[in-house]
Ligand binder design. Structure first.
Ligand SMILES: NC(=O)C1=CN([C@@H]2O[C@H](COP(=O)(O)OP(=O)(O)OC[C@H]3O[C@@H](n4cnc5c(N)ncnc54)[C@H](O)[C@@H]3O)[C@@H](O)[C@H]2O)C=CC1
Ligand SMILES: O=C(O)[C@@H]1CCC=N1
Length: 256
């Protein structure tokens, strides 16, 4: 599988296309919107508004909104030796499989695909050719389909939740008198470095927190505020709300 088509070149589709531009895969970008195609023209090997051209690749990725996915699928004529992968929130594999002869799978990616730093969930497990393509853009975890709603919330919507937290840390710096660019640099690199630290460490996250908390130092004072407050509960509630919405989207999709 050395060639990929991406149908829908908006926020998510364009991130996938730009990420794939740095890999060995040949990418065809397809959209009905000329401006969307122009925006990815520098990253894609080919751009087209013709869905039949996009249908020629062994792997066809659908990155359109959930409410148009069945319409696009009905216009796509794929064969059994091709793979169709949808990144749409809440659109289940049985909906896809009912409308195509291709092998179907779902990927819940995130915008960091553009930089090869994607966290993605994929279902069903075992669609290895497609998985290899997506693994070139970051981390891919295979899940049973019932967990895709939760993955949509955690790693699909998750970047927005993290952006919000970075903004809060940056704002604290600016309100304390820092230059906004300095505050942004310190906040963003702190999140990046913290994630890297956890990824590279085998120890429990509590032990990593302990490692920052010097006895009678500064961090423990801040941690008491977080432990006594409802920050973790709020984040979990945000994830639950996004997961719930994914289930609603699934119910809204035409299963005929
Ligand atoms: N934005 C994100 O961070 C993520 C989005 N997703 C999923 O990706 C999908 C797309 O979301 P966004 O990129 O945010 O939406 P978007 O609105 O930015 O992009 C959708 C694109 O699809 C195009 N389109 C619409 N009808 C079409 C057709 N018939 N043929 C070809 N192209 C067509 C539009 O012109 C637009 O460029 C959604 O299903 C969403 O659930 C998944 C993970 C993360
Ligand atoms: O907000 C949404 O519905 C899409 C799916 C996950 C991220 N963005």
């Amino acid at each position: 599988m050395n060639s990929v088509s991406v149908i829908g070149c908006g926020n998510m589709g364009s991130a996938l296309i730009r990420g794939l531009a740095d890999t060995e895969y040949t990418v065809t970008a397809c959209d009905v919107d000329e401006a969307a195609l122009e925006a990815v023209a520098g990253a894609a090997d080919r751009t087209t508004a013709d869905i039949d051209e996009a249908a020629a690749a062994p792997l066809v990725v659908l990155a359109v909104k959930p409410d148009v996915i069945t319409t696009v699928l009905d216009a796509l004529d794929l064969s059994a030796d091709q793979t169709l992968c949808s990144v749409a929130a809440g659109v289940e594999t049985d909906v896809l499989a009912a409308r195509t002869d291709a092998t179907v799978c779902r990927l819940m990616p995130n915008l960091a695909a553009e930089y090869g730093e994607m966290a993605a969930a994929m279902t069903p497990p075992g669609v290895d050719d497609a998985r290899a393509v997506f693994a070139s853009l970051g981390t891919v975890v295979e899940l049973d389909e019932e967990l895709m709603h939760l993955a949509t919330a955690i790693n699909g919507s998750g970047p927005a939740f993290v952006f919000y937290l970075i903004d809060a840390m940056q704002t604290a710096g600016v309100e304390g008198g820092m230059d906004p660019d300095d505050a942004r640099a310190l906040a963003t690199q702190t999140f990046r470095g913290a994630a890297e630290t956890i990824q590279r460490s085998d120890r429990r996250i509590e032990a990593s927190i302990d490692a920052v908390c010097s006895p009678n130092g500064t961090t423990i004072e801040g941690m008491h505020v977080l432990w006594d407050g409802d920050c973790a509960d709020q984040l979990q509630s945000a994830i639950t709300a996004a997961e719930h919405r994914s289930k609603e989207l699934a119910a809204e999709v035409d299963h005929e």
